[in-house]
Design a protein around this ligand. Structure first.
Ligand SMILES: Nc1ncnc2c1ncn2[C@@H]1O[C@H](COP(=O)(O)OP(=O)(O)O)[C@@H](O)[C@H]1O
Ligand SMILES: [Mg+2]
Length: 236
């Protein structure tokens, strides 16, 4: 069976500073995989390397068996990778509806062929339907995060990359987001690579990888997540 995502010996630098060190990681179709680790260890750097905003110095990235090392971010998006950056970067002065439309740009034919927002998104995040005409910037932090995830899903990705989607968000919306991610995996069989600090959300994942100083130092099934691993990699 082909891996949905396979990373081999990835090394990424910012100028002279060596951040990612020989990272090996894989995600299968239908799987939720969580990347854990303290602040500053390189989790965001890994996701940016995967979507192509940063280029690795060494190593390989395969999406559904194809090497995508040389592909630009928009090409990776077309091939089925979606990325929700840390800090929910929605466009504040556009309406919710316009923000959602932007998610359809990576579909075949782009926005000229795709003019209707697929309503499955309102089953996942009902609040977006009520707020379609509001400005993105007028939503609460949790609602903006839901909007950012919905926008990514409208590109019909095969692999969704989520960078700390529940950071700074009210607990009830954290649960809504967890449920939506579980639901979309169940309904569509996509794979999800999640960077997360909330233990409850981490436990929803099938497997975890723990990062320290840019390297993967532990991994396994989240059902076997030990207190030692939690204390070492999740407590801030
Ligand atoms: N644009 C940048 N230029 C230089 N160093 C950076 C830049 N962004 C992040 N770093 C450094 O790279 C390391 C990893 O950062 P990051 O991937 O954001 O960590 P995490 O997401 O795990 O908190 C940190 O030491 C950080 O200071
Ligand atoms: Mg980060």
């Amino acid at each position: 069976m082909k891996n949905l995502l396979e990373i081999k010996s990835l090394n990424t630098y910012y100028g002279e500073s060596h951040i990612l060190r020989d990272v090996d990681l894989n995600v299968q179709t239908g799987e939720m995989v969580c990347l854990i680790g303290r602040n500053g260890v390189g989790k965001t750097t890994l996701l940016k390397s995967l979507i192509g905003l940063l280029r690795q110095k060494k190593g390989d990235i395969y999406l559904i068996g194809e090497n995508i090392n040389r592909k630009a971010p928009h090409q990776r998006a077309r091939k089925g990778m979606a990325y929700v950056p840390q800090g929910r970067e929605i466009i504040p002065y556009l309406s919710v509806e316009e923000n959602l439309m932007l998610g359809m740009e990576s579909l075949p034919g782009g926005l000229s062929k795709n003019k209707k927002i697929d309503p499955f998104i309102y089953d996942l995040f009902p609040i977006l339907k009520d707020f379609l005409q509001r400005k993105g910037g007028d939503l609460s932090g949790g609602q903006q995060q839901q909007l950012a995830i919905a926008r990514a899903l409208l590109g019909k990705p095969k692999l969704l990359l989520l960078d700390e989607p529940t950071e700074g968000i009210q607990p009830n919306i954290v649960l809504d987001i967890e449920n939506a991610i579980n639901q979309i995996i169940k309904d569509t069989g996509i794979g999800v690579l999640l960077v997360e600090q909330h233990l409850h959300f981490v436990r929803q994942a099938n497997r975890y990888y723990a990062m320290q100083r840019g390297g993967i130092v532990a991994s396994g099934n989240t059902s076997e997540l030990s207190q030692a691993v939690i204390d070492k990699f999740l407590s801030v």
